[in-house]
Design a protein around this ligand. Structure first.
Ligand SMILES: Cc1ncc(COP(=O)(O)O)c(C=O)c1O
Length: 418
């Protein structure tokens, strides 16, 4: 009986979410993919062009990744069987960590089940130690961009710092960031600046070089310095001629870089690259690494093939094609009269609509014409900033982009958006 009362609270909460227009459980179920150069998703036997995937280079259907996956699962089986420190450390995991460290020019790397799990671990462990005996005290000031990803917000949240020790700077506002660091001088032993590399709603990138300059100028004022943590999940294997993400584009480096293998790399799982001392410390402290399985050996095999592919001439060609596709998309959309919510150089292209109903109607029109795209509405973005988030892939052909623009132009005119 009491259980029913709690269930009615849950029911009301679901209704509250449904009314806020942010419900997510009515997903479209993809039954398979076609073997077109840009594979179409099959939904209720109909084919759809995909303009809302993070598979920026189209790697998830590459034969090299499938072979890597198959070889690893033939050798190691389908699951890890245990966490890393028990009997779950396989050669394929060590090979992948070495490849990621080399790819990002770092001393060491460590893989996690996801980038979300990596962020929780990195932030909790760098802010506080694992146990009450830890020598890492909570004497840290955390400064975080206001639009950071949920996994960063939660990582900071679980460290349970007093409010004055977890400050938020205005989105991409480097003057505000500097102000916070200067005004807290010497109050804490160390500072942790945390930011996304690419912000997933607008495709904007962070100017790491500007943050590095602030750090250089002010870090001596804190006993244990100022450290930069960057989550470049959307940037790795998508941005830069070598696919090294926001670090390559801004020619500046994070102290700790978090990435995912589940977007541009076309596989799954998260990772951290950093100095060996940091990785050694995380291996001894990160709960989501110590007490949780790693990715499956097959996924690690696919990810290892993906890193090698991105480094090859074929990878560089795909990165160039991605850049060309983005350029073509922006040109055609601007010519058709559409505006962008931000001037993004990344495959995430935010098409500004500015009205919730029109955004929804536009997405539905595109769906009817065989195109998958995501509408982003208030409260995810501020009121009046409703947008269609288009994600361009290197696997798109010119005719796919032209078809998209043709369909959205027709609908945009009908809805008086352009
Ligand atoms: C900035 C950022 N970090 C982390 C993640 C989560 O990545 P993963 O799926 O590997 O947990 C995402 C994906 O939405 C993201 O946008």
């Amino acid at each position: 009986m009491k259980r029913n009362l709690f269930h009615s609270v849950l029911q009301k909460e679901i209704e509250r979410i449904d009314h806020s227009h942010t419900a997510k459980r009515g997903e479209k179920i993809i039954e398979g993919f076609t073997d077109d150069p840009s594979p179409r998703a099959i939904i209720k036997k109909k084919r759809y062009l995909i303009f809302n995937s993070n598979d920026y280079l189209g790697l998830r259907f590459e034969s090299a990744l499938r072979k890597g996956e198959e070889n690893a699962s033939q050798t190691f089986g389908t699951g890890p069987g245990a966490v890393r420190f028990i009997s779950g450390t396989f050669k394929v995991y060590k090979d992948l960590e070495k490849a990621l460290a080399t790819f990002h020019k770092r001393e060491d790397a460590m893989i996690f089940s996801s980038a979300f799990a990596a962020n929780l671990a990195v932030l909790f462990c760098m802010i506080k130690g694992q146990s009450k005996d830890s020598l890492v005290s909570g004497d840290t000031l955390v400064v975080s961009d206001s639009l950071n990803h949920r996994s960063i917000i939660d990582g900071i949240r679980i460290a349970n710092l007093p409010k004055e020790q977890r400050l938020i700077y205005k989105h991409l506002d480097y003057a505000n960031l500097k102000e916070i660091i200067v005004s807290n001088t010497a109050r804490y032993k160390r500072v942790l600046i945390v930011t996304d590399g690419i912000f997933s709603m607008l495709g904007e990138y962070v100017n790491l070089d500007k943050i590095r300059k602030i750090i250089e100028t002010h870090e001596s004022k804190y006993e244990e310095g100022v450290h930069l943590v960057v989550d470049d999940s959307h940037g790795v294997a998508s941005l830069g001629a070598n696919g090294q993400g926001v670090e390559e584009v801004t020619r500046a480096k994070a102290d700790i870089l978090v990435g995912t293998m589940g977007k541009g790399f076309g596989a799954d799982g998260g990772y951290v690259v950093a100095d060996k001392i940091v990785i050694d410390y995380l291996r001894e402290s990160a709960a989501s690494y110590i007490y949780s399985n790693s990715i499956s050996p097959g996924v690690a095999g696919a990810a290892l093939s993906a890193v090698n592919l991105v480094k090859s001439s074929k990878g560089k060609k795909l990165l160039r094609k991605s850049k060309d596709n983005i350029k073509l998309f922006k040109q055609l959309m601007k010519k058709a009269g559409f505006q962008f919510a931000a001037d993004s150089i990344h495959p995430i292209q935010p098409v500004w609509i500015g009205d919730t109903k029109k955004t929804k109607a536009l997405t539905e029109d595109l769906f009817k014409e065989g195109i998958l795209v995501t509408n982003i509405n208030y409260p995810v973005v501020p009121q009046g900033k409703d947008e269609i988030r288009v994600q361009i892939s290197a696997s798109h052909e010119v005719k796919d982009i032209e078809y998209f623009v043709k369909v959205i132009t027709k609908s945009g005119k009908k809805l008086a958006i352009i």
